[in-house]
Ligand binder design. Structure first.
Ligand SMILES: *Cc1c(COP(=O)(O)O)cnc(C)c1O
Length: 383
């Protein structure tokens, strides 16, 4: 047996050791973390719905109606009226005939390639895809190929190199560590031309992109004809937990028959579905939350520009400051924490070697004063 302690020490020496901070707060900009009052710029709760009174009330009412747990898998007796209604509302919202709920986004991403592909088939993934999409591709047993980031031409070349078998293209809609938006119109065109399945993972697009919050498809005015499979998560802008895949009736029925991460797991609590229905309602009825978020993004970027802080081209809530070296990035994150600001250092292997970064995320809940504090602290780092 190998020496785990030695391996852990090596990780520490390489500044790659991961550890948890303990929160005593609800999800919001000002939190108590590790016993200290800090200002957070790392949550994916982009609209402040994790802590919204209507969402919490729906959650509590859901518990009163359905109890705390679902008791079984969806195919046994765990599929409640709440889950069913949410699936119908998500299908309607995203513009697909049907939607299927999963307990987490990770599990939804394990489901798709495993259900559609077999040995001899091919899955093509953007180099910067989320780890769960890569794991889903590997688990399927199909050949996994990665194309250059957001490069439809490289994708077309790689697709053309595979003459037989089914092909599935997977991409983040908004890239989770970079915040840029995939070139979905071009990628969709290539997929149509080469008869490939195409799924977008819109974990960071749903709720925040598009005037109605319908995500990266609305951003580009694309529909289910362009993108046959749509996946999004519910634990980020929607503020609750879980995920869904939307598509044709036949696609959803296929997933119900074949997706192991759907079949062999307990359904999430029905109350979570009730809370998510409330979130979905807010996303549609309160566009001002998106306006606040977009205003904060503009304010942050303008302020950085004035101070000469280098940003990427992202116009979304994810605003990485790429520092390069892992050690330097970890030190910067610690320096910010010492000033009561929490921004996480993202290191390899989550991002490529030499591109370690502070992953700053903004929320509709941040005030300009909050952002001013962050900018001031970032300015001090540069000195
Ligand atoms: C967060 C995330 C997931 C995983 O979703 P969970 O519900 O947290 O398991 C999948 N894809 C992307 C792009 C994500 O950012």
């Amino acid at each position: 047996m190998k020496d785990l302690n030695q391996e852990l020490q090596q990780r520490k020496a390489n500044h790659l050791y991961r550890s948890r901070r303990v929160s005593d707060s609800q999800q919001q900009p000002e939190m108590i973390i590790d016993g200290r009052q800090v200002l957070c710029f790392c949550s994916n709760d982009y609209l402040g719905l994790a802590n919204h009174p209507d969402v919490k009330a729906a959650f509590i009412k859901g518990i009163e109606t359905y109890g705390a747990g679902s008791g079984a898998a969806h195919l046994i007796n765990g599929h409640s009226r709440a889950h069913h209604a949410l699936e119908e509302e998500l299908a309607d919202f995203s513009g697909y005939p049907r939607a299927l709920l999963f307990s987490t986004g990770y599990m939804a991403n394990l489901a798709i390639a495993q259900s559609l592909l077999e040995r001899g088939d091919t899955v093509l993934e953007d180099r910067l895809n989320h780890a769960s999409l890569l794991d889903g591709g590997l688990l399927s047993g199909a050949r996994l190929m990665r194309y250059a980031h957001n490069d439809a031409i490289d994708l077309a070349r790689k697709l053309a190199s595979r003459e037989s078998g089914e092909k599935l293209v997977l991409t983040d809609g908004v890239f989770s560590m970079d915040g840029d938006i995939a070139d979905l119109p071009e990628i969709a065109k290539v997929c149509t031309e080469q008869d490939a399945w195409f799924m977008v993972d819109d974990a960071h697009g749903i709720g925040v992109l598009g005037s109605q919050g319908k995500g990266s498809l609305e951003h580009y005015r694309l529909s289910s004809t362009d993108i046959p499979v749509y996946m999004a998560t519910l634990g980020k802008a929607l503020g609750t937990a879980g995920a869904f895949i939307a598509g044709s009736d036949d696609l959803i029925e296929t997933l119900i028959q074949k997706a192991r991460s759907y079949i062999y797991t307990t359904a999430s609590p029905p109350a979570v579905a009730e809370a998510t229905r409330a979130s979905l309602n807010i996303i549609q009825s309160q566009p001002e939350l998106r306006s606040q978020l977009n205003d904060n993004i503009r304010y942050f970027r303008n302020s950085c520009k004035q101070l000469g802080i280098a940003l990427t081209h992202s116009n979304t809530a994810i605003q990485p400051v790429i520092l390069g070296e892992t050690e330097k990035t970890v030190a910067a994150s610690e320096q910010l924490f010492a000033q009561a600001i929490l921004v996480t250092a993202i290191r390899p292997p989550t991002v490529a070697e030499g591109t370690a970064r502070l992953r700053i995320t903004l929320s509709a809940q941040h005030s300009h004063a909050h952002i001013d504090k962050l900018i001031e602290a970032l300015g001090k780092l540069q000195q």
